[in-house]
Design a protein around this ligand. Structure first.
Ligand code: HEC
Length: 140
């Protein structure tokens, strides 16, 4: 019975219209837990080849290329999430884990740009990421 209620509750949540802009925080957190945290860990620490998001992810949207990178990385681009939900999860990750790395006045992701850039998923992420970090002049 309790599982049934939980299921109905979750179904309701995921079908809720977006309340504030691109951000349904409850749904974003749920999607992160379901589809991302297995690798990215509950606190965004990563490990075993998965980069640390905590205190770092906010550097990427400082340039347009970095902004696109967060969408084009395979874990994002190839996820089962639709464009709105992916925008939401990325915004949630930046808000929740970004800490000091997030620039003031940072502009949240919108559905259309996610739809657009995820059509070109990155193939060789490692080198691309290194070059990007050099361009952004940030070190891990
Ligand atoms: C199977 C493990 C796995 C899952 C599941 C996963 N990722 Fe990732 N993610 C990675 C790895 C590994 C990287 C490093 C880049 C690469 O090699 O693809 C990465 C990098 C990223 C980055 C860029 C961070 C950086 O510092 O380079 C973002 C953003 C991201 N993932 C988002 C997501 C989202 C959103 C989800 C859930 C919808 C997700 N990932 C699910 C493994 C995963």
């Amino acid at each position: 019975m309790i599982y049934r209620c939980l299921f109905v509750f979750i179904s309701l949540l995921t079908s809720l219209p977006v309340i504030s802009g691109e951000m349904n925080e409850v749904r974003a957190k749920y999607n992160y837990q379901m589809f991302c945290q297995g690798c990215h860990t509950p606190k965004g620490i990563g490990g075993r080849g998965v980069p640390k998001i905590k205190g770092f992810i906010g550097h990427f949207p400082k340039s347009q290329k970095g902004r696109e990178y967060l969408i084009r990385v395979p874990g994002s681009a190839n996820s089962v999430l639709d464009n709105l939900q992916l925008a939401e999860v990325l915004n949630w990750m930046i808000k929740t884990f970004g800490e000091d790395s997030v620039e003031e006045g940072w502009r949240p992701y919108e559905t259309e740009e996610v739809a657009n850039y995820r059509q070109n998923p990155l193939m060789e992420v490692e080198e691309y990421r290194k070059a990007l970090l050099r361009e952004l002049a940030v070190q891990e």
